[in-house]
Each structure stands twice: as C-alpha cells, then as structure tokens.
Design a protein around this ligand. Structure first.
Ligand SMILES: Cc1cc2nc3c(=O)[nH]c(=O)nc-3n(C[C@H](O)[C@H](O)[C@H](O)COP(=O)(O)O)c2cc1C
Length: 173
C-alpha cells in the first residue's frame, strides 16, 4: 500500500519525527511504500478559495508552490497519516495549510485509510486535532480509521510509545 505521511513538526529530530520513524520502520518491514513529507521544510501556502481548482483548473491548484510535489503522491496514496505536534490544541499551521490544500482534489481517488499521530507537552490536549481528523478525514473523506496515537511530555520518545507506532506500521494490511 502507498502511504503518505504529512509530518507537521518543524523539528527534524523531534518527538513527532521519532513516532513517524518508528511507524515507517514497521510499515516498511511489512512491504508498504511510505513517503514522509516534512511539511515545514516545504513552502506551502494556505488555500486562496479562488475556486480555480473546481472550475477552469479541473482539479489543479493555481498556486505553484511545493504542494504541487505532494498532489501526485496524494493521488497515489491509499493511506494518509497526519502527524503533528499540538500547537494551541490543534495541528501546526504548516500542516493545516497542506490539509486545506487537499480541497483541490476533493477526495484523493485512492485514499481509503487514515491514522493520526500527535505529540504534545501536556496530556488531554488533543481535542482540536482529533475533531478535525474525525470530521474531515473519517466522516467527510470516508476513510477507515487505523488509529489515533498520542504522546505527551514524559511519554515522548519512550520505547513503549515508539513500539506502539512500529506495531501499527507492521500490522497494516
Ligand atoms: C507554538 C507552540 C504551541 C504549543 N502548544 C501546545 C499546546 O497547546 N498544548 C501542549 O500540550 N503543548 C503545546 N506545545 C508543545 C508541543 O506540542 C510539544 O513540545 C511537542 O512534543 C513538540 O513536538 P515536536 O518535537 O515533534 O515538534 C506547543 C509548542 C509550540 C512551539
């Protein structure tokens, strides 16, 4: 299965990156093809709501930035993983811009599954991100939930947490 991971953390060796690596290791061993996009290293602007994509553009976004590299991967992906540190109870701004730009494709045509990976400083901070995941990805895009994985403060980068992520990757059909 082709899996696209959007990592919304600006810290290349941070807590989210550690969970993403463990997930990718397990999924790779299972034979899946994983593409991890560190969205903070990309130039991805927010949606302009110009509706070019839904009119003359025929599914193409008018903005010529790094999101153009992600669209073809998104169209091939059967699973999307949203990975992010919690900023003000939700995703990072950089990840939110990338998510909003999915609008151009309506529903990416091969996408069937999703998972959510979140890291935070404190516990019980996930409500905003989980709301968006459940409503926009599971309900609206009709994706199957493969799980929500969180780590806060002292849990971040622990062997136990990383093992959970590895097992998720390894267990995917
Ligand atoms: C701008 C900003 C906002 C944050 N907001 C929250 C928050 O609302 N709740 C929380 O528990 N942690 C918050 N944090 C802490 C991060 O979520 C936490 O340090 C996380 O583990 C960082 O993940 P990373 O190493 O993958 O970047 C915030 C950090 C920053 C820089």
């Amino acid at each position: 299965m082709n899996i696209l991971v959007l990592n919304g953390s600006p810290r290349p060796h941070g807590n989210t990156a550690a969970m993403v690596s463990a997930f990718a290791e397990g999924a790779g061993e299972r034979g899946h093809k994983i593409t991890v996009v560190p969205v903070c290293k990309k130039k991805i602007a927010g949606c302009l709501a110009c509706e070019y994509c839904h009119t003359k553009g025929n599914g193409k976004c008018i903005q010529q930035d790094d999101m153009q590299e992600i669209y073809p991967v998104l169209e091939e992906a059967e699973m999307i993983v949203l990975a992010s540190p919690i900023y003000y109870h939700s995703f990072t701004g950089q990840l939110q811009c990338a998510i909003n730009r999915i609008y151009a494709l309506d529903k990416p045509k091969n996408l069937k599954k999703a998972a959510l990976i979140l890291s935070s400083g404190s516990n019980h901070m996930y409500g905003g991100a989980i709301y968006e995941y459940e409503h926009s990805f599971l309900s609206y895009l009709k994706l199957e939930d493969m799980g929500i994985y969180t780590a806060y403060g002292k849990e971040n980068k622990t062997e136990e947490k990383l093992k959970e992520l590895y097992q998720l990757g390894k267990s995917l059909e």
